[in-house]
Ligand binder design. Structure first.
Ligand SMILES: [Zn+2]
Length: 171
């Protein structure tokens, strides 16, 4: 047996499966109807397409997130690689100097502590040479003196090769 729901009155009509596809009258309202599959089928197409659209959307999102992550990681690795290459060619002594302005931190700090106005310190240039036992640093800098005038000075600092300050003198 199969079942047909009348489109007009909603009557539930049981019919022999052999009559499938034939026509007949509804016993309740007399409407001419075709015996066919009884209950409305679930809308498979829409039920399936919704989740797959969601899946595509989520896949798209995760792809964007992944690509963003990979490009960030790539930039970080690229930056680290540049830094590694910059340091690779340097000697242990060269690495003591600032990558930023070429100054030697121990010399800068000694000069600032002796300045009338340490905040006015402005590094100009630093040069150095190595002797057999020492590192000699020549640093030029600007700063305001006790009278508030901006003056340029140079110091000669002697350091151990490991960067410990031994002496510092005005040039
Ligand atoms: Zn009917």
């Amino acid at each position: 047996m199969a079942t047909k729901i009348c489109d007009t009155c909603g009557e539930r009509i049981d019919f022999d499966a052999k009559r499938h596809g034939s026509t007949g009258e509804c016993p309740r309202c007399g409407e001419l109807l075709r015996f066919s599959d009884p209950l409305p089928r679930p809308h498979k197409k829409t039920q399936q397409s919704a989740p797959s659209e969601v899946k595509i959307f989520l896949f798209g999102c995760s792809t964007v997130v992944l690509l963003g992550f990979l490009s960030c990681a790539g930039l970080i690795m690229w930056g680290a690689d540049i830094e590694r290459r910059q340091n690779a060619g340097k000697t242990a002594i060269e690495r003591q100097f600032s990558n930023w302005d070429g100054s030697h931190p121990a010399v800068v700090s000694a000069v600032k502590s002796a300045m009338h106005n340490p905040n006015s310190f402005d590094h100009v240039k630093t040069q150095f040479r190595e002797t057999d036992s020492q590192l000699v640093v020549y640093m030029t800098y600007r700063g305001t003196n006790a009278f508030g005038a901006v003056v340029t000075n140079q110091v000669i600092a002697r350091l151990t090769k490991s960067g410990q300050l031994v002496s510092i003198d005005a040039n």
